[in-house]
Design a protein around this ligand. Structure first.
Ligand SMILES: [Zn+2]
Length: 238
């Protein structure tokens, strides 16, 4: 059967239109696939950035202290326990008491006695934890509240004061071991990255803790000890 000229033109036109429609469909599918892939890539990148920059915040009030921490919270007062909530914690600051031979209990009681102050020359100082010469650990302030120890970093750090026997500021072995354990426990409980521990010196240049400022290699060795302790313990194995 032979097509007439007009019939064959019509068929050619139909075939061309069909090809065009198919091409358009393919292009639409391709664009949809590309948009989906792009959306997935953007979502993945944003999730990674959020995870890196804003790690999941821990409910600070829900952390319960193990029995090797002696909780003796200060009374709420403007000078040592203002009761202000910490909105986030992204570091731990180590200090020394700069008061040779004093015990953890004496330092805790001193912080508490500041509540009785009034007037313009009032002192404001405190710390979340104090580690004594025998390695005993007293907690003065709940993890969910700020302490007055680390200047600009009070708002987002946990502070630890360490007692020391003499003016060199070097800690006893018992104090040192407790500090390693407490830092490792805090890092895990607070979801902190490894090596989130800093010295008061790193905040504002104050010579505190003196021994770790004057002996940088000892400070680095301390951080290594915390990292090893952390690696060898689970979150609930303390
Ligand atoms: Zn300090």
């Amino acid at each position: 059967m032979a097509y007439t000229n007009s019939e064959s033109r019509r068929r050619r036109k139909e075939t061309k239109e069909m090809r065009l429609r198919r091409l358009k469909r393919k292009r639409a599918v391709l664009i949809c696939a590309m948009v989906c892939i792009l959306a997935l890539v953007i979502w993945g990148a944003v999730s990674l950035i959020r995870l890196f920059l804003f790690p999941e915040q821990v409910d600070l009030a829900s952390i319960s202290a193990p029995d090797w921490i002696d909780q003796q919270f200060l009374e709420v007062n403007p000078y040592s326990r203002p009761g202000t909530q910490l909105e986030e914690v992204n570091g731990i600051v180590v200090h020394y008491t700069a008061n040779p031979g004093t015990t953890a209990q004496q330092n805790r009681n001193y912080f508490n006695s500041l509540a009785k102050q009034n007037g313009e020359s009032a002192t404001s100082v405190s710390s979340h934890f104090i580690i004594g010469l025998e390695g005993e650990i007293i907690q003065c302030i709940p993890l969910s509240e700020i302490s007055y120890a680390s200047n600009d970093r009070n708002k987002n750090t946990i502070s630890i004061e360490c007692c020391h026997p003499d003016s060199s500021g070097q800690f006893t072995d018992a104090t040192y071991q407790s500090l390693v354990k407490l830092c490792a426990w805090l890092e895990l409980q607070l979801n902190l990255k490894e090596r989130a521990i800093i010295r008061h010196y790193d905040v504002n240049g104050k010579l505190c803790p003196l021994y770790f400022v004057q002996n940088e290699s000892e400070w680095n060795a301390f951080k290594d000890d915390v990292a090893s302790y952390r690696k060898s313990h689970d979150r609930d194995d303390f």
